[in-house]
Design a protein around this ligand. Structure first.
Ligand SMILES: [Zn+2]
Length: 237
């Protein structure tokens, strides 16, 4: 979670709390720095240059070591009252489920991100690229893990779709590389569980820029921040 001044309030996977990252980098580099979280940057990247071009209402889901989402409403990134919107990985999908470090129980990312590997002792690896390799070679446990992940991704996406009524849901982050195994179960769950009104005109896609959506979105944010104080007037003929 990042506030409007570029301070990292909480990055549970890095163990960071209240780190004034923007301030420190600006001091070190002597340049203006823009800070945002990975899912917001990915949403910007896909919206401006990837699968979300010409989409006004978009949810970008980044699935990897956790789950974050970037919410685009009416063509603009929605950050909430203080900039913390999109922490959908901590939306509970099981009221009495596994305890999460955030204080909640049954959080979505415990079932639909790399965190789910912890509860599967029989997996051949706990690293996504290696698991993908095993799945490619037909390892049944690896395949089952990704199919299950897809099912749980579908459960959370259903909740978000019912709440936001997006035109597009774009799935990115490291787990999107396991698309071949995730996608069928994910689509089945969403098709079965989402309210039928939402399914009309709603499409699920995978990140077009792949692992580069975050980088390109971050560059976009920095450049538009840099240019925003500049007013250019063009003569109209
Ligand atoms: Zn949580």
């Amino acid at each position: 979670m990042v506030d409007g001044d570029g301070t990292i309030l909480f990055a549970p996977n890095l163990g960071w709390e209240m780190v004034p990252l923007q301030h420190r980098l600006e001091e070190e580099l002597g340049l203006p720095v823009t800070i945002d979280n990975e899912a917001n940057a990915g949403a910007q990247g896909e919206l401006r240059f990837g699968a979300g071009q010409h989409v006004r209402h978009l949810l970008y889901i980044s699935a990897g070591s956790g789950i974050g989402s970037g919410i685009i409403i009416n063509g603009e990134l929605y950050k909430g009252a203080r900039g913390y919107a999109g922490e959908s990985g901590h939306m509970s999908i099981n009221a009495d489920g596994i305890e999460c470090t955030c204080g909640n129980r049954g959080c979505w990312e415990l079932y639909a991100s790399e965190k789910s590997y912890e509860h599967r002792a029989s997996l051949p690896s706990s690293k996504t690229p290696e698991l993908i390799r095993h799945a490619d070679e037909g390892h049944p446990e690896a395949i089952r893990q990704f199919e299950e992940l897809g099912r749980y991704l579908g459960v959370g996406i259903t909740n978000l779709v019912n709440g936001f009524n997006p035109q597009s849901v774009i799935i990115g982050g490291p787990l999107s590389d396991a698309r071949a195994w995730l996608e069928p179960t994910l689509r089945q769950v969403v098709a079965k569980r989402t309210l039928p009104y939402h399914r009309e005109l709603m499409e699920i896609r995978f990140a077009q820029l792949g692992s580069r959506s975050t980088m390109i979105g971050a560059a976009y944010s920095a450049i538009s921040q840099f240019l925003s104080p500049v007013r250019v007037s063009m003569p109209v003929h």
